[in-house]
Design a protein around this ligand. Sequence first.
Ligand SMILES: Nc1ncnc2c1ncn2[C@@H]1O[C@H](COP(=O)(O)OP(=O)(O)OP(=O)(O)O)[C@@H](O)[C@H]1O
Length: 325
Amino acid sequence: MAVIDLEGLTKDYGDVRAADDLTLTVDRGEIFGYLGPNGAGKTTTIRMLLGFISPTAGSAQVLGADIRDRKALLEARRQVGYLSDDPGFDEEATGTEILDLHAAVKGGERRDELLELFDPPLDRQVREYSRGNVQKLGIVTTFMHDPDLVILDEPTSGLDPLMKQRFSEFLRAERDRGVTTFFSSHILSEVRRLCDRVGIIRNGRLVTVDPIETLLTRSGKVVRIHASESIPVEVLNLEGVHGLETSTSDSSGGNGSENGDTGDGDSPAVAGEQTAHFSECAFTFTGDINALLERLAPYDLLDLSIEEAPLEDVFMRFYGGEDDV
Ligand SMILES: Nc1ncnc2c1ncn2[C@@H]1O[C@H](COP(=O)(O)OP(=O)(O)OP(=O)(O)O)[C@@H](O)[C@H]1O
């Protein structure tokens, strides 16, 4: 069942189209990552889903409520937890006072349990809080009424690595209980660790919505080879070799070069002024690993590593090119 359902959702601020024809669904029990750089339209999308601003066009449903139906959305929002990128707590109030207020408005049956995990200094005024403590207080207010859906806008900003880890584990446990998470972020490593599917938004438009594995598969592997002998570069004239960098201690091959995409199937793997041989190389590989190993089999390798490409590379692939990626 779709917990969030966007259909052509669009928002204009004057001349700025902050959200452009967004269509996607988030299913029950899913952690959905909503990735994009600053100004991409993430917060605008979230604010429409919560009814803070109205769409210019299109529609959306949250827990079955049409966001344009004020009464239905208010009712649905009782089951929603929202962590803003700027919680805007009353600076004069203490943590305890803020939690009491939230509990009075929406309930707080999980308050104590959450405070065991995320422990802001409750007796102090929020004005004395560090960014991380504000965030911890925000996490408690978001989950304390045991919502079915949580919408989190950059939820880990300010948290130290230990707290980030704790928050990740907590979100996974919530998912196992059937809680749905819509998680906006520009931090790719945390999306990789946490999310089941990822939507990438850029200039208000959804560039792609994919399972995280698909993004990682598309991004390929980083391959590094170290050989005890010189290998002809032609060996890597293979579909799926990108950004080949070679070096050699061998006098026959020069000192190294970057060859760019080589294995597109049509063009020769090595054109122009590359080394003819290499003893060390690194490249991104989106092709068939078996074909690569077959090519390398005749050579004496000292080391071979095949690692997942950093998600940053995936991001660059979507953001680095032309407008209509
Ligand atoms: N109230 C507003 N009036 C005019 N333009 C706005 C308003 N709010 C946002 N925008 C513009 O809409 C676009 C999307 O902004 P939005 O805050 O949704 O992006 P974001 O992805 O959440 O960015 P960030 O990661 O920086 O929070 C930006 O160009 C922004 O300048």
